[in-house]
Design a protein around this ligand. Structure first.
Ligand code: C5P
Ligand code: C5P
Ligand code: C5P
Ligand code: ZN
Length: 495
């Protein structure tokens, strides 16, 4: 039995079809989850002796699918995308261009009964008054949403690829080592909520632990445990918002210097990973005491502790050892047109590719920090049911979604209202990213429907997950788009 029993049948069918192929074109998305999906799938194909070539795409749209058809491959394996574009892919399948095999976790596209495309949604949701929709499907389709599992929080693209990899495994071999990459993908897609990974993801964690490649632990929940010197770890932990420490370099240093611990080595600050268990305990309890004394509410203090996933085969003190830092390193490559570098790192290159990835990471960090600063300075515009900002060319369109997510919780950004961000994609196109939270999705928010319907209404296209989605729209349609988004979110939160 595989790691996710609900998906066993679909995985077997997809695996059988891949084994029948002479060669496969593997295509995936350019973010941490997309890269790890590709790496898991590539390793599985390699081990099964199936020849393949790997390509990446920023956004699978009509032109991209047509370009894939042009390559002449008979079998195309889509990972971390494909479900949302099933309508387009199915047209090519019917035309005999290729057989698609899809391992994804995005909302599957539906088509209107009258032929046009409609919004995705479990069971085929009704699209804004345009009538009945039905789901298109294809024979080799592995997606948690088709079996009642949540694609936004229970299984990532890399998780779906992992389920497929297990089904592709040749007799007598063990591919549970690939669980490490699947977990990087899930965390890269922010599927680890309070208490760590949930649902189908837990089966993958279990297999990674069994294979000895992953360790799950309760730990300080700050980003940078492996690589950041302690003062930076605390100073940059803006999500914790501890007065006198967060965003306060001198304050963080003063706090650490006041502890009865030897936190420097040869004059340099140690990192979290360098501390003993005892030292960590002391630091955490002092940090909590400090937070309490500064009036930080209990809920935010609890958030300082969380579930960490450590990759045991990786060198301690490197970005690869911690899944969260690993996923940022991957975003730093693929979102800057260097998916090849990230893929090589995932596939084990610890020399050239890792060096290059680290250089790209410095650039990515600078962009994130400058972008976030820009949003904080400019502020967001508040409508009744949504808040938004238009970064134009100030933020790269491939990272505007990450920045929108990081902006939630900043001063002036309401954490209880969905956020929409625009960035220029080209002279005629605008990239849209939207982010919500699980409180809002429980009340009915489905941003994948909002992005798809509202973008299509202004001549674009989009999709994604209920809690995080995106779109591309024509330049100049932002105001009309926001008006529609505001109205549709209002409707969703109403019923
Ligand atoms: O394309 P893909 O599915 O990989 O991207 C998912 C996106 O959704 C990521 O950018 C991730 O950060 C975001 N997300 C989020 N909050 C969640 C789940 C996902 O912002 N709870
Ligand atoms: O880049 P990525 O989406 O993987 O980042 C995940 C989270 O890690 C961000 O939302 C942010 O809170 C944190 N992060 C950070 N410093 C960075 C990069 C990411 O604190 N340089
Ligand atoms: O680009 P961004 O990070 O905002 O994307 C959020 C989610 O929406 C991702 O899962 C992405 O794959 C999806 N998306 C989509 N169609 C688009 C843009 C984004 O399905 N046109
Ligand atoms: Zn994904």
């Amino acid at each position: 039995m595989g790691p996710v029993p609900e998906l066993e049948d679909r995985a077997r069918r997809c695996a059988d079809r891949l084994r029948d192929a002479d060669e496969v074109l593997l295509t995936s998305h350019i973010d941490a989850d997309g890269l790890t999906s590709a790496a898991v799938a590539a390793s599985a194909l390699e081990r099964a002796g199936i020849p393949f070539e790997t390509v990446f795409s920023k956004q699978l749209d009509r032109e991209e699918v047509a370009a894939i058809a042009e390559t002449g491959y008979d079998t195309v394996l889509f990972t971390d995308f494909g479900s949302g574009q099933l309508d387009i892919i199915a047209e090519h399948e019917r035309a005999g261009d290729f057989t698609p095999v899809i391992a994804d976790h995005h909302q599957p596209a539906t088509v209107a009964a009258d032929g046009g495309t409609g919004a995705g949604g479990a069971g085929g949701s009704e699209s804004g008054g345009s009538g009945e929709t039905r789901r298109v499907d294809t024979e080799y389709h592995l997606n948690p949403l088709l079996e009642g599992l949540d694609g936004a929080s229970e299984l990532s693209g890399a998780g779906a690829a992992y389920v497929l990899a297990r089904a592709l495994e040749p007799e007598g071999t063990d591919s549970r080592d690939l669980a490490a990459l699947a977990i990087v993908g899930a965390v890269g897609d922010m599927q680890d909520g309070d208490g760590g990974l949930q649902g189908a993801n837990e089966g993958i964690v279990r297999e990674g632990v069994e294979a000895g490649v992953v360790e799950e632990a309760t730990d300080l929940a700050l980003y940078g445990r492996q690589t950041r010197p302690l003062p930076k770890l605390l100073e940059y932990a803006s999500e914790a918002r501890i007065p006198g420490i967060s965003n306060d370099e001198a304050g963080a240093v003063k706090f650490l210097s006041g502890l009865d611990l030897d936190l420097k080595e040869d004059g340099d600050w140690r990192r979290w990973v360098d501390l003993t268990t005892e030292e960590r305990r002391t630091l955490v309890s002092s940090l909590m005491q400090h937070a309490v004394s500064r009036g930080v509410p209990a809920s935010r203090i609890e958030d300082l502790i969380g579930t960490s996933y450590t990759l045991l085969a990786e060198e301690p003190g490197t970005e690869l050892r911690d899944v969260s830092e690993f996923s940022t390193l991957l975003n730093a490559t693929a979102r800057y047109e260097r998916a090849d570098v990230g893929l090589a790192v995932c596939l084990g290159d610890r020399d050239d590719a890792l060096e290059r990835a680290r250089t790209l990471l410095r650039n990515h960090r600078r962009n994130l920090s400058e972008g976030l600063q820009w949003v904080k300075t400019e502020g967001v515009t508040r409508e009744e049911h949504v808040q938004w900002f238009d970064a134009g060319t100030r933020i790269r369109e491939t990272i505007v979604g990450i920045i929108a997510g990081m902006a939630i919780g900043a001063d002036g950004v309401d954490p209880n209202v969905p956020i929409v961000a625009f960035a220029e994609k080209s002279e005629d196109e605008v990239k849209v990213s939207s982010r919500g939270n699980h409180r809002l999705t429980r009340r009915g928010l489905d941003l994948s429907v909002v992005m798809r319907e509202c973008s299509q209404a202004v001549g674009g296209d989009g999709g994604g997950h209920d809690v995080a989605a995106g779109a591309t729209i024509p330049q100049g349609t932002q105001s009309e788009f926001i008006e529609r988004v505001n109205a549709l979110i209002g409707d969703q939160l109403d019923d």
